[in-house]
Design a protein around this ligand. Structure first.
Ligand SMILES: Nc1ncnc2c1ncn2[C@@H]1O[C@H](COP(=O)(O)OP(=O)(O)OP(=O)(O)O)[C@@H](O)[C@H]1O
Ligand SMILES: [Mg+2]
Length: 360
């Protein structure tokens, strides 16, 4: 197996043991490695209080157990960075509640157990793009190189052995810094791109909100685009006739329906795209940053609509957002992808707390 594979087929899983707390005054974070663990690895442990004001970090060490002495009662996030001999870092962590602390109320869906039907199964997916390794100044130079078989390509792994399962009714978040492969992952799930390696299985109809304006013709009016985009989503004309008014009202663009889309602002385009995609209950709704161009009122309206869809228990949502607050407010589980590699997966609070630490 190549080095790449060995570094990517393991994931850390963290568990808290609170039992020593009463006797010795500390809690333990245990880290196990699932898959094929790297021959050597180091563990760096972090802890922080729920308001983020108190925090600490250990030096790299060999032990897979971290004994944390809480400075007082409260909620604390304990996490581990596991670093292999190639420098690949993966994270795992968990919140622990010490003493009597009011748990905040969450509006997210509960994490389903394993009996709930999986609707998206991403199994060891890699995406390799070929990038020309030379620069050509003209098309002529390019064709000369092409005919001389002098064209060479660099392989670029936009996704490197990513695996996760999403079950019916989940709101699953994907986070990661720019260029990490989130949109590429969504496009593979939506069937726009085919994975270079691995498999992706999807059950049910998908309403993808992937690239702003994809599926729209900028020269046509908003009204015409609703029919065009609706047809791409598989809606019949009669169905759109019936729901046209709902779509227009949701998008709040009553006065602009006969204006060509090219004169719309990007937020107005996003409103129409979101209104069309959610006029029915899709099995799977994919939202890639679409909301971020809308104003805060429209963002709130979209979030309510997504929560309504999740509330039915039938709709599964995949959400990519650079707003960690949005992800925290809506998702039950999150996968963190960093530079194409799966860095962490788990309950929203755990992954978001670890991801936020990137900026600290
Ligand atoms: N068609 C393509 N050909 C070559 N490289 C591509 C292609 N599509 C994406 N990439 C590369 O793959 C990497 C991942 O891109 P992707 O758009 O998935 O990132 P992202 O996580 O969505 O980033 P952002 O947060 O900026 O939206 C980037 O380095 C990008 O340049
Ligand atoms: Mg993207």
């Amino acid at each position: 197996m190549s080095e790449n594979v060995s570094s990517s087929t393991w994931m850390p899983v963290a568990a808290i043991d609170e039992s020593p707390l009463e006797s010795q005054g500390f809690v333990s974070l245990h880290v196990e490695l699932e898959g094929t663990p790297p021959a050597s690895r180091r563990f760096v442990y972090n802890w922080k209080s729920s308001n983020g004001l108190e925090r600490g970090k250990t030096d790299p060490q060999r032990f897979n157990v971290f004994n944390f002495i809480p400075p007082h009662d409260g909620r604390f996030f304990l996490s581990a960075e596991v670093i292999d001999d190639e420098g690949v870092t993966k994270s795992a962590g968990s919140w622990v509640v010490i003493g009597d602390v009011d748990e905040e109320e969450f509006t997210r869906p509960p994490i389903p157990d394993e009996s709930v039907e999986p609707v998206i199964q991403v199994d060891d997916v890699s995406m390799i793009f070929n990038m020309a390794s030379e620069q050509f100044n003209s098309l002529k130079e390019y064709f000369i190189a092409l005919f001389r078989h002098e064209l060479s390509f660099k392989e670029f792994r936009a996704l490197d052995h990513v695996s996760f399962t999403v079950r019916r009714g989940e709101a699953f978040g994907l986070v990661g810094t720019n260029g990490s492969g989130k949109s590429t992952m969504l496009k593979i799930i939506a069937g726009v791109l085919e994975a270079s390696e691995g498999t992706c299985t999807v059950t049910g109809s998908i309403a993808p909100l992937i690239e702003l304006g994809a599926g729209f013709d900028m020269d046509l009016t908003a009204r015409e685009n609703i029919y065009l985009n609706g047809a791409l989503l598989g809606y019949r004309k009669e169905f759109i006739d019936e729901h046209l008014q709902d779509i227009i009202e949701f998008a709040e663009l009553q006065d602009f329906m006969d204006m060509p889309l090219k004169n719309y602002s990007s937020g107005m385009v996003a409103r129409i795209a979101f209104a069309i995609a959610t006029v029915t209950e899709p099995d799977i709704l994919i939202v890639d940053e679409t909301l971020s161009v809308g104003d805060f009122l429209f963002q709130q309206k979209c979030q309510r609509r997504i929560q309504e869809l999740i509330g039915t228990g039938n709709v599964t949502v995949l959400l990519v957002s650079h707003s960690i607050d949005v992800v925290e407010g809506m998702c039950d589980r999150v996968c963190w992808i960093e530079k194409g590699k799966q860095r962490m997966i788990g309950p929203t609070d755990d992954v978001c707390a670890a991801y936020r630490d990137l900026g600290q």
